[in-house]
Design a protein around this ligand. Structure first.
Ligand code: 5RP
Length: 219
């Protein structure tokens, strides 16, 4: 199976979590989630509305006729489904490859169950192989970048990219993240940081992993 087929397969498996009526569910961002969105019409009768983590997902959802609500209108959600860039064996993740990390982190925090959907290429022993994104207020970009060098990283500005919140992203390369909770906290304390892509404090409750044997394994 190629990578798109694996993404589609794991997205299909996630539909089983949409198992109640009149659900308001959180939906993430990215190519794996795009497969999920395309499959959502199969369970449309169970979905009252959706809270979306990005303008990109919102457009796709609305084009399929789903009602997209603001999190401020809904209160906490029972379910959030999203992809990840990396996942370790403890369900800690790095996210934000698509730049939607801040809204993703808010929705994950506000959801009772966070189901993460990945293919096996995203599984790692130690997080940090994939560059760790940090959303920063524009005026703080260089300052935050210098602080991440002190943490052992190599910051690269995601040139030309503006988040849905009007901010910028720096991607931190070559981090070996041995204590994800500690690093998540440390980066959050740098003035000017809006969010970092470590999902270690609020990690996934369930990870569905599509593997090359054609199976979806629950972690
Ligand atoms: C977007 C994300 C995505 O979940 C992550 O980048 C994985 O994307 P894909 O499914 O395209 O590999 O965090 O901000």
């Amino acid at each position: 199976m190629n990578s798109e087929q694996l993404k589609k397969q794991v997205a299909e498996a996630a539909l089983a979590y949409i198992n109640d009526f009149d659900m308001i569910i959180g939906i993430g961002t990215g190519s794996t989630v795009n497969h999920l969105i395309d499959l959502l019409p199969q369970v449309k009768n169970r979905i009252e509305a959706v809270v979306s983590s990005s303008e990109e997902s919102t457009k796709r959802l609305q084009a399929l006729g789903f009602k997209v609500k603001e999190l401020n209108q809904t209160g906490d959600l029972s379910l959030y489904i999203d992809g990840a860039d990396e996942a370790d064996a403890h369900n800690r993740l790095t996210k934000g490859g698509g730049g939607a990390l801040t809204r993703e982190k808010i929705i994950a925090a506000a959801s009772q169950q966070f189901v993460c959907i990945i293919d096996e290429s995203k599984q790692v022993d130690v997080l940090g192989k994939y560059p760790l994104p940090i959303e920063v207020l524009p005026m703080a970009r260089s300052y935050v970048a210098r602080q991440t060098v002190k943490l052992g990283g190599q910051p690269i500005y995601r040139d030309g990219f503006v988040t849905d919140n009007g901010n910028q992203i720096i991607d931190i390369h070559n981090l070996k993240i041995l204590d994800p909770v500690e690093l998540e906290n440390k980066i959050n304390q740098i003035p000017g940081v809006v969010t970092n892509g470590l999902f270690a404090q609020r990690k996934a409750d369930v990870i569905l992993v599509a593997n090359h044997d054609g199976e979806v394994v629950k972690q």
